[in-house]
Ligand binder design. Structure first.
Ligand SMILES: *[C@@H]1O[C@H](CO)[C@@H](O)[C@H](O)[C@H]1NC(C)=O
Ligand SMILES: *[C@@H]1O[C@H](CO)[C@@H](O)[C@H](O)[C@H]1NC(C)=O
Ligand SMILES: *[C@@H]1O[C@H](CO)[C@@H](O)[C@H](O)[C@H]1NC(C)=O
Ligand SMILES: *[C@@H]1O[C@H](CO)[C@@H](O)[C@H](O)[C@H]1NC(C)=O
Ligand SMILES: *[C@@H]1O[C@H](CO)[C@@H](O)[C@H](O)[C@H]1NC(C)=O
Ligand SMILES: *[C@@H]1O[C@H](CO)[C@@H](O)[C@H](O)[C@H]1NC(C)=O
Ligand SMILES: *[C@@H]1O[C@H](CO)[C@@H](O)[C@H](O)[C@H]1NC(C)=O
Ligand SMILES: [Ca+2]
Length: 455
């Protein structure tokens, strides 16, 4: 299942592995919890299972088309499984049971994000992944993936909401695969993510959510840093995509949630570092597009405020005997015109120029000479120097006369330290085994804490 065809000796198995990768691209979901599922499964399991109720007929429950008439969360005049409330998986209302169960998680086999290797049985001795492990009452999918990635493991597994296992074990499946709904215990660190179950481990490739990497496969999915958590503040990441022999690379953003106009994604020509496309909250990638190069750099930048879910992008290299004719809007020259074609708005001023300079620093070889300083920079620096000297002199004078104020200053620092000790509260957090009951109450509450309100 791992998408690594480069080292396989036999051509046939290489083809099979690539086919496996391509199948993964046909996934209906690119989020860990299927919040983006828009497929048409209308029962809780493809083999039998309970029939789902229509969202336009569930007015006795919090989620229905009367309350969300504009297709929020994918609701509509249908009875397809959806995840409108930030649960760990798509679900639907069912005709009520004797025991009061009125909704169920859906087992949707096509809704598995690429890089999620599935839900597997664990009999404990030895576990499916035999590398490092840890437990944490703040476990998220990415906290476990990061733990394993930093120890150079290719796979990370979460179990029972708080346990994390790492490994490279090729036979992780040996105790058998389980249905996805058996891995729907919430992560203790993030109740919108699935973290396995009792005796069930959910496995992920540790490439998910890495800040940067080098890709040479014909195709792969790249996720924003820290995925499926929101991307962190101050992230500067770049991924190289170099597929020798390709005449072009197709990009399809299947998920794009960038919070402000400062955070951004850019695509650069790998050879010239020229910015080919820039996306942010105002310039979203509307449709797939081609770049006619075999070497592209994907770049991500986030500032210190306003984080969001991030992105998932499929790339697929293709080979052509002759380059596409200049017919149609897409085959334009890959300068600024590409951006015009694929975004809502075109604006390459200011911040775009700054961002490519950041990348320029990162990717340029040290042999290249630094750029010449413009004249105004010299004047600005001189002015700054004079101001600094004045400030230092002033400070020395103030220090002599206001010495005693220093005490107040140090007290403030102490307060800061004290307030940062709020982490202590997490120790009192007791993981509850009745998570599903807790979730059931949530759906029952008619409360305003559902994620649709923000949309
Ligand atoms: C882009 O990816 C999505 C998700 O796999 C797929 O449904 C869609 O058809 C793709 N678009 C194109 C033009 O291939
Ligand atoms: C589910 O969808 C299938 C195919 O569209 C349809 O035949 C079936 O009647 C639907 N079942 C329910 C319960 O809506
Ligand atoms: C809900 O939508 C379905 C499909 O469009 C329709 O058949 C059904 O009559 C609708 N129910 C109500 C109460 O409007
Ligand atoms: C990618 O390749 C560059 C240069 O070949 C190397 O410096 C960098 O460490 C690689 N990054 C990763 C994540 O392997
Ligand atoms: C991108 O290139 C592929 C392969 O040549 C082609 O099938 C596809 O139509 C192109 N897509 C766009 C948007 O130009
Ligand atoms: C695109 O860039 C190339 C060099 O990078 C330049 O020669 C060409 O004139 C540019 N085309 C347009 C339409 O700007
Ligand atoms: C680009 O953005 C700048 C400031 O963000 C604005 O002044 C300018 O009018 C914009 N240009 C276009 C073409 O939208
Ligand atoms: Ca931001």
């Amino acid at each position: 299942m791992e998408c690594q065809i480069g080292l396989l000796p036999v051509v046939l198995s290489a083809l099979a592995a690539l086919a496996g990768c391509l199948n993964l691209f046909q996934s209906d979901c690119y989020t860990a919890n299927g919040a983006d599922y828009r497929g048409a499964q209308n029962q809780t399991s493809p083999q039998g299972g309970k029939p789902c109720l229509f969202w336009n007929e569930t007015f006795q429950h919090p989620y229905n088309t009367l309350k969300y008439p504009n297709g929020e969360g994918g609701l509509g005049e249908h009875n397809y499984c959806r995840n409108p409330d930030g649960d760990v998986s798509p679900w639907c209302y069912i005709a009520e049971h004797e025991d009061g169960v009125y909704w169920k998680y859906c087992e949707v086999p096509t809704c598995r994000m690429p890089g999620n290797l599935g839900c597997y049985r664990d009999h404990g001795d030895p576990p499916p992944l035999t590398g490092s492990s840890e437990t944490s009452n703040k476990l998220t999918i990415q906290s476990c993936i990061s733990f394993c990635r930093s120890r150079r493991y290719k796979m990370a597994g979460m179990e029972s909401g708080y346990a994390c296992f790492c490994g490279n074990d090729p036979e992780y499946w040996k105790y058998g695969e389980a249905v996805s709904t058996e891995c729907n215990s919430v992560c203790f660190g993030d109740h919108t993510q699935p973290c396995g179950g009792d005796g069930r481990v959910i496995l992920f490739n540790t490439l998910i959510g890495a800040c940067g990497g080098n890709y040479s496969l014909d195709g792969a999915v790249i996720y924003s840093p820290d995925f499926p958590d929101t991307y962190g503040p101050g992230r500067v990441c770049y991924w190289t995509i170099q597929v020798p022999g390709a005449s072009g690379i197709r990009f399809n953003f299947t998920l794009f949630d960038i919070k402000d106009s400062v955070d951004m994604v850019e695509l650069l020509d790998g050879y010239t570092n020229q910015v080919l496309a820039r996306f942010d909250s105002r310039n979203r990638p509307l449709r797939p597009f081609n770049i006619s190069s075999d070497f592209v750099i994907l770049y991500f930048f986030s500032d210190r405020t306003n984080q969001a879910q991030g992105f998932a992008v499929i790339y697929q290299a293709f080979k052509e005997l002759h380059p596409p004719e200049t017919a149609g809007p897409y085959s334009s020259s890959p300068n600024q015109t590409l951006i015009e074609v694929i975004t809502e708005r075109t604006n390459l001023s200011g911040s775009a120029a700054r961002s490519s300079k950041i990348l320029y620093v990162i990717t340029t070889s040290p042999s290249q000479p630094p750029r010449n300083m413009p004249g105004w920079t010299v004047y600005a620096l001189t002015a700054l120097l004079i101001l600094t000297v004045i400030a230092i002199l002033a400070k020395i004078l103030l220090h002599v006369s206001l010495k005693w104020n220093g005490v107040t200053g140090s007290r403030t620092i102490g307060d800061c330290h004290r307030s940062s000790a709020g982490d202590i509260w997490t120790i009192f957090y007791k993981p509850s085994t009745s998570i599903s009951i807790f979730k059931k109450k949530l759906k029952n509450q008619h409360d305003d804490r559902n994620p649709l309100v923000g949309e």
